[in-house]
Design a protein around this ligand. Sequence first.
Ligand code: NAI
Length: 695
Amino acid sequence: MTAEYQVRGTVAVITLNNPPVNGLGLATRTAAVKGIQQALADDAVKAIVITGAGKAFSGGADIKEFNSPKALAEPSLHTLIATAEGSTKPVVAAIHSVCMGGGLELSLGCHYRVAMPGAQIALPEVKLGLLPGAGGTQRLPRVLGLEMALNMIVSGTPVLSDKLANTALFDAVFAADADLVSSAVAFAETIADARPLPKARDRKVDYPNHEAFLQFSRNTVKAMSGPFPAPLECVETVAASVTMKFEDGMKFERERFLHLIQTTESKALRHAFFAERVASKVPDVPADTPVRAIKQAAVIGAGTMGGGIAMNFLNAGIPVVMLETKQEALDKGLATIRKNYENTMKKGKLTQEKFDQRMALVSGTLAYEDIGQADIVVEAVFEEMGVKEAVFRKLDEVMKPGAILASNTSTLDLNQIAGYTKRPQDVIGTHFFSPANVMKLLEIVRGAQTGKDVLATALALSKKLKKTGVVSGVCDGFIGNRMIEQYSRQAGFLLEEGALPEQVDQAVEKFGFAMGPFRMGDLAGNDIGWAIRKRRYVEKPEISYSRTADLLCEMGRYGQKTGAGWYDYKAGDRKAYPNEQVNAMIVQHSADIGVARRQISDQEIVERLVYSMVNEAAHILEEGIALRASDIDMVYLTGYGFPLFRGGPMFYADTVGLPNVLAAINKYAQGHQGGAWKPAPLLVKLAGEGKGFNS
Ligand code: NAI
């Protein structure tokens, strides 16, 4: 059943019923249109109420039907709205909980709207790079006024129904304890005979000097929307509600909607929207896999990561015990957590009460006995296998049966770590990103023996911690860092060949990355990469690296923490100032290795950095380390600042076209350090078949 029909006295009640949010899919639209027709055919019925079952009036389009022919099939949303608006008997929308997108557009086509307080009212299409395409841009300004409607449509942000109680959007907002359907039926009885039927389309948007306001809006919205075209298109279509006749405005809205739906930016946003939803699905771990209860957590190591990880649990109301080897380190870690929360409080983003609650949930210890009862323990100690071994052997001794033993390692072999315990099924990787209390990404590393319920629990936990959980298999660097290594290598080779740090950073930042590789290195600390490379020179001598970054570290320039890295930094200023000695060192190094420096284009810089990651990602996909291409995109969108409007590296490669990506890779394979380029078999195969990673 997708919409129920019932007659109460002289009023027909149509209840949309398509869980979870009564999305207006084809079956629901068909049933609603039928309901209206049935009511019109019944002489005993004088008025019609449309409402929603369960947790929403309607959340709008049915996301299950996105990109499917069903989305546009008749009766379309336009037809449903036209049927309601054209009804010769009054139609009342009875709104509660959630009324968004197409749901709000449907209610705007009804003659009357009544609501419960606390209902979320929104036209969020802009968040998917679109605009409301079923009359929302023309009808909402007519009932809410130009300014408020424009703000809602451009931002997509929900507004509570009680805040809109005194506007023409609502004919009544009932008391919180009222019964919505009975109240709506009673309301419908009072207006059953009133004619003419009021229609939003017949109203005029009244705004003195609207041109000045619209011009101001265009300027501000343009400045704020970066590469995304939708917000400005929203302004233009809302403007049409003032400057055009209703029918012309509707045509204009349609035209702009069809334009936006074809833009790469909108496709990228919709891709990210679905990628995030699908990331939590693991084919061999069904949705009904039981999860373990997480009521108490422990974190080992109160350093940079441990503190941030603990804050995630505290924010979710889960008590945390932090364990350290020395009182001093423990005190420092706890003080940092306190300081972070105090800063948030100073910014007005945390109340004293919440601060007190969170700080009351955290405690510290030096004794393993104190953490044995935790449901999950996350290890964040030094990145050395010996240290991890000691910790996991100890955890195996003290943790209660069924506790989840998680490691935050970023490079070490999780299977080896699990092997230090007698319960490898309970061991999993939870790879947080720095700063762990801020970054959205959580790479969930599935070991060879990790239990399905443990994986399901980690995925559920990532949601509870408001993270985007992405599952990775075990390999060096997992998904994210394994790809970034190729990117960093290319950045180094570009310096050898003729580029300077600022050119590389600027090219990448123009492409849309939040920060180029060298500014990023300075922020994270160049010594970290140095330590990793030193290990690789021994373990994997076959991998070539530029030595430029080592020479930089030998100059003592570790980055922002030493006030100097690839760039110079001034106290109290995060700006990066190019340094002549560093640039001279780079030029000298080229001479030392016998490379004649050349002018390198920004296009080459971006291609080499991005395609090197894409190529590595193709290996990752082929090896089954990542479950799907869109998971890789999620890793890069939420953990590495890949530009959202490009949809992630795999989506981007698809938009460029894999044959073009492959041709570029083959070209670079002929150049300096060409041995670093070996086209991944999956890339070659898909390019040959004319397919994309996401197809
Ligand atoms: P850190 O050096 O800031 O903190 C490590 C802490 O662990 C120190 O406070 C130390 O006293 C404590 N510790 C060392 N051995 C211990 C033991 N046996 N028992 C209890 N505590 C012990 O290191 P950081 O950066 O927090 O890294 C921790 C882990 O997180 C490493 O595995 C690292 O690879 C990983 N990681 C680091 C990221 C970063 O950006 N820093 C990002 C993602 C993962």
